[in-house]
Write a protein that binds this ligand. Structure first.
Ligand SMILES: Cc1cc2nc3c(=O)[nH]c(=O)nc-3n(C[C@H](O)[C@H](O)[C@H](O)COP(=O)(O)OP(=O)(O)OC[C@H]3O[C@@H](n4cnc5c(N)ncnc54)[C@H](O)[C@@H]3O)c2cc1C
Length: 323
């Protein structure tokens, strides 16, 4: 059996789990075994039907009063209990921050190897896996051994596709034995985007600013352009380190991964750690004074110029056209 951990945030599904289930279903067909899933927390029960559509035959639902929010150790404990009861060949999760985090806990506690961010898997005595390394800048081939194979599926490695036909789903509700130690890391507070604002991860247009913006105040022009385009403002780590914007706005390896129709990068050099978070963008427009800046070479369009002139000029032109 293949067991997939479904990621959700207080009941809101992370769609990367649907890519993972599609990946898992294909592997299950190759192995001739069923695909099952685990949902953590009663709050996730409504996702059962969505998961069924992706070919899951059994959902293991962990119910416990302390599972109303994310806690990696507790989630890992729930999965470990299902592993002990069902002995799956493979356990997988999405290659997201949370998916990788929970799987790392499971690997450490069960002393099993984990292959994170896989794009391909060929079963055998040892599984041959291809996985993304160094923030996606290189592909590695590795062999994965172990009684239970633990892996995560790299985002966008596969398109999510429902199963045709999708069968019935059985629910196996259970109460995990959770202790205080399972909650050593847990959510204590949240910083939500201001009401009515588009979130960076979901925005169709992102206007990003780097050190070249010059100051926190300099972002006002970027805010104006983003508002005109119905988009969100993001930034580089140099900007968050300088305290000009909150970490919530950071794009990159240690920030948010964006996937807009267009990313307008203003005064951003395009360091690899930044581009890891921006590579889901359909198009990139770079505005930079330096024609040699790495982002200029990676962008679809570039304006070589001072952002303090270019950004207000674009906003003024949009406003004029809309009159
Ligand atoms: C482990 C690790 C993780 C990291 N994670 C991230 C991450 O998640 N996200 C991230 O962004 N970085 C990350 N970094 C940092 C990254 O390496 C870069 O240092 C950072 O992205 C640089 O930010 P920047 O492009 O704003 O600044 P700079 O590299 O200083 O670039 C500023 C750019 O602005 C241009 N410019 C200056 N003035 C103007 C002007 N008036 N008009 C137009 N253009 C102008 C310059 O030509 C230059 O290209 C990470 C680094 C490490 C080591």
């Amino acid at each position: 059996m293949i067991l997939g951990l479904i990621e959700h945030d207080r009941g809101k599904l992370n769609d990367l789990s649907l890519e993972m289930l599609t990946f898992g279903r294909r592997l299950a067909a190759q192995l001739g075994v069923p695909l099952e899933a685990i949902l953590v927390g009663e709050v996730a029960r409504p996702l059962t039907d969505r998961v069924r559509a992706f070919g899951v035959s059994t959902v293991h639902l962990a119910r416990h009063e302390r599972l109303d929010d994310y806690a990696p150790g507790a989630w890992a404990q729930c999965v470990i209990e299902v592993i002990a009861a069902t002995r799956p060949q493979v356990v997988m999760a999405a290659g997201s921050d949370r998916g990788n985090e929970v799987m790392a806990h499971i690997a450490a506690r069960m002393n099993l190897p984990l292959a994170a961010n896989c794009t391909e898997v060929t079963p055998g005595d040892a599984y041959l896996v291809t996985r993304l390394r160094w923030g996606g800048s290189l592909l590695e081939e590795a062999r994965l051994k172990g009684e239970v194979k633990l892996l995560t599926v790299a985002p966008q490695a596969i398109q999510a596709e429902e199963a045709v036909p999708a069968g019935a789903v059985a629910i196996n509700a259970f109460t995990p034995a959770l202790a205080d130690k399972d909650f050593r890391a847990r959510v204590l507070g949240r910083v939500e985007p201001a009401a009515g604002k588009v979130s960076l991860a979901e925005a169709k247009v992102v206007v990003g600013g780097g050190r070249g913006v010059g100051s926190a105040d300099g972002f006002k022009a970027l805010e104006e352009l983003a508002n005109l385009l119905g988009g969100a403002v993001g930034c580089s780590r140099a900007v968050t380190s300088l305290g000009w914007r909150p970490h919530l706005d950071q794009i990159g390896q240690t920030g948010t991964r964006i996937a807009p129709e267009i990313y307008i990068a203003c005064g951003v050099s395009g360091a690899i750690q930044h581009m890891v978070g921006a590579k889901g963008s359909k198009r990139i427009l770079a505005i930079n004074t330096d024609p040699e800046a790495p982002i200029v070479t990676k962008a679809d369009y570039a304006i070589i110029g001072d952002l303090n002139e270019v950004v207000p000029a674009i906003s003024a032109e949009i406003t004029k056209l809309r009159r």
